[in-house]
Structures are given as C-alpha cells and as structure tokens.
Write a protein that binds this ligand. Structure first.
Ligand code: SAM
Length: 239
C-alpha cells in the first residue's frame, strides 16, 4: 500500500477537498457509486495514488487519463503531482463538466478532452503525444489497450488499474498488445513475450480483501494507423 506520508500536508488537504466536492456534486448528478466518505477516500484517492508506485511517472510530462469519469485516477494524480500536465479524457458530458469545474476550483495543471477515445486516438493533436496514459475500470484489457496505446509516445507507458485476474488478462491480451505496438513492461529487455514481474504489481487497500493489480504496458513501436478502430469496435470486437 502506498503511504501518503511523503505528500506535503497541503496536497493531502487538497485531495480531501476534491473528494468532498465529488461527494457533494454526486448527491445531485450521480458521478460515482461510492458515496460513503471513508470508502471513497480509499477507493478513489488511495487507489488512484497507487499508480505512482510504478515509478513510470518520474520524468513524465504529459499524462492522459482515459475514461476518467469523475476524475480518477487523473484528478488525484494532478493534485499529488502538480508537475504533470494531466489530460482527462471521457465521452460523458456531465462527467467532463464536473472535471472541468474541479480543475478551475483547484487551479490544477490539467485539461478535459470530452471525446471518444477512438476519435482522439486518430487525431494528430493527441495521437502519440503523451508520456503516460492511465485507465481505471475501463473495459477489458484488450479494449483499453486499443483506446489508450495510440495516445502514447514510443517509449512511454500505459498504467492500468486492474482486479484479481490481471495476470491472466495480460497473458490473453498478448496478441492485441503486439498488434498495437505495446509490450508488458519488463518483457522487452528480456526478449520474451510473457509478462515479467515488473509488469504486474499487486497491491491491497485498507478494509478490502480483494487483490488489486497495476499492469504496466510499454509502447515499444508506433501503433499502426488503423488503430483505434471506429467508435464501438474495440469493445464489440476486441483484438
Ligand atoms: N476511471 C473512472 C474511475 O475509475 O472511477 C471512471 C470509470 S467508469 C466505469 C468508465 C468511464 O469510461 C465512463 O465515464 C465512460 O464514459 C468512459 N468511457 C468508456 N469508454 C470510453 C471511450 N471509448 N471513450 C471515452 N470515454 C469512455
């Protein structure tokens, strides 16, 4: 579990204020199913910050959070790491409006892209522009790789928040990854195709028995121009 002690107290206070804002707006607009404040602190804030443990945010400048929803992990990362420029991508207007208001309220180094990832990934303004992409609770592993890998520069990383089956999912997605220009981080130097230890990081959250995992994919070559396919296909016909 990531310990928040390393964060300046001012940033921890801002994370609490962000969560208060999410829960306040949620009473009116149903942004998230997690409504109880302690549970929301764990599931939204502590969980979002786990990604920093991977080390792949060090030296990064631009981060895209794909399917950011109410802003997790993206808004939490923008508060914890104000040196990162975070683009929050989601296709649902009310979630985008909430994130844009939060960026303004907390003066964050972030912006909102209210668009389908399939469209953004084919637009040169966003394609291969990001050092890191993140995604939590967005589709199958193959689907989210097709949505997010086109946005990442060669040499950049995709950090995914996944559940208990992460290793199996990664193994089953190996052909999709290779079509999209990705590889499980750590497997490249070893010359292998299977996930190395560094690509799947297990973690737990206080009060939860579930085993969670961060999966890290490295972009090793450009994504072919046909990906992402047209809107809906990554989900309907996973690679
Ligand atoms: N990442 C947030 C979290 O963990 O709390 C939200 C997860 S929510 C289950 C999935 C989000 O992904 C939704 O807000 C949905 O609008 C967005 N989404 C799904 N497919 C998308 C796509 N193809 N393009 C853009 N956004 C997408």
């Amino acid at each position: 579990m990531l310990d928040l002690a390393h964060l300046p107290p001012e940033r921890t206070g801002r994370l609490r204020a962000l969560l208060d804002e999410v829960l306040r707006v949620n009473r009116q607009f149903n942004l998230t199913a997690v409504r109880q404040p302690d549970e929301a602190w764990t599931k939204h804030i502590l969980d979002s910050l786990q990604g920093l443990k991977t080390g792949f945010f060090e030296g990064a400048r631009r981060v895209a959070d794909v399917g950011a929803g109410a802003g997790f992990p993206g808004l939490a990362l923008a508060i914890a790491r104000p040196d990162l420029r975070v683009t929050l991508l989601d296709s649902t207007r009310k979630k985008c409006d909430f994130m844009a208001a939060a960026i303004e309220k907390f003066a964050l180094n972030a912006d909102v892209l209210c668009e389908r990832a399939e469209i953004a990934g084919q637009n040169k303004q966003w394609r291969e522009q990001f050092d890191v992409a993140t995604a939590r609770a967005v589709g199958s592993l193959g689907e989210v790789c097709e949505l997010a890998l086109p946005l990442i520069k060669v040499g950049g990383h995709l950090v995914l928040w996944r559940g208990a089956q992460a290793r199996e999912e990664l193994y089953q997605s190996r052909s999709a990854l290779s079509k999209l220009g990705g590889a499980a981080a750590g497997s490249v130097a070893a010359g292998g195709v299977k996930a190395e230890a560094g690509a799947v990081l297990p973690y737990t959250l206080p009060g939860h028995n579930t085993s969670y995992h961060l999966v890290v994919i490295e972009k090793v070559k450009p994504t072919p121009p046909g990906y992402p396919r047209r809107v809906g296909l990554p989900k309907q016909r996973p690679l």
